[in-house]
Ligand binder design. Structure first.
Ligand SMILES: [Zn+2]
Length: 282
């Protein structure tokens, strides 16, 4: 709060005349919005992510996520450690937020700027970007990052987040952009080049998951532990619980994608769900 308020002050932002646009339902992107918003200030979000933010503050939400992970091999003691200081819980805003809902194609006019909303599901179900066609500025939240790849999680069987994400990358490929303003790390200019890199990255990950499953049927946690991660830890065992959680969700997103492509199957055993390919069954 202190850092944000002093940064806003440095930019000359008057909070009494400020509205809030939430790119997506992750706590590092909205956690302080309701605290900063003065009376009557609108907080904009997509419908899906507004619902997600308010659902996460309601009882039962975390237990559902824990059960999903448990069924897919996430160890009990790791879950305990995770939920003891999960950042999404620690920094969650208090009480439900009353959002102003935006959808694809809606426009926001502020001074010399006219921003167009572009829904880009994938990183979250209701992720939304802002594009300024005259100034060719693209505010992309966590849809594209340049220093790291955005985390594509799946913590429910109802979606295919990686498929959504790849479609959303194609959706913004042809935009004329001169400046990309992402939610983390460095700004960049060439979104087309970054989109090609991100698509290739996920292609390599999909192949990696197939190759891991060549060793036999495995649960999601086991698969995640063998994927390549670039987070500066010596081994999987030394990953902090939150990083294991992100890795688990990312592995699940790739498995679901492969499953819908018919390349991976699943089997429910007594201990939980395992995944396999034709090779793992041979
Ligand atoms: Zn995010």
């Amino acid at each position: 709060m202190t850092a944000l308020v002093s940064g806003l002050r440095e930019c000359g932002v008057d909070l009494r005349r400020t509205e809030f646009f939430i790119t997506h339902a992750h706590v590092d992107h909205f956690g302080l919005a309701s605290t900063l918003a003065t009376d009557g200030a609108r907080i904009y979000s997509s419908q899906a992510d507004a619902a997600e933010i308010n659902a996460a503050a309601a009882p039962g939400y975390w237990e559902r996520e824990a059960n999903f992970a448990r069924m897919r091999g996430f160890p009990e003691e790791e879950l305990k450690k995770l939920f003891a200081n999960h950042p999404a819980r620690t920094y969650m805003s208090e009480g439900p937020i009353s959002f102003s809902i935006l959808k694809d194609g809606d426009k926001i006019s502020i001074g010399d700027y006219l921003f167009k909303c572009i829904e880009t599901p994938g990183h979250t179900e209701g992720h939304i970007c802002l594009y300024e066609p005259n100034k060719k500025i693209f505010i992309c939240g966590d849809h594209m990052l340049i220093d790291i790849t955005p985390n594509i999680l799946l913590l429910s069987d109802a979606r295919n987040s990686l498929k959504e994400y790849l479609v959303s990358l194609d959706k913004v490929y042809d935009l004329e952009v001169e400046l990309v303003l992402p939610g983390h790390g460095s700004i960049f200019r060439d979104q087309k080049e970054r989109i090609r890199e991100l698509k290739q990255h996920h292609q390599i990950r999909l192949e990696e998951v197939i190759s891991i499953l060549g060793k036999g049927k495995q649960n999601v946690f086991q698969i995640a532990s063998q994927m390549t991660w670039d987070i500066g830890c010596k081994s999987w065992d030394s990953f902090p619980p939150a990083q294991k959680w992100f890795a688990f969700g990312e592995a699940m997103a790739h498995l679901k994608y492969l499953e819908e492509e018919g390349k991976v199957g699943r089997e429910t055993q007594e201990q939980g769900i395992v995944f396999f390919t034709e090779v793992s069954n041979a």
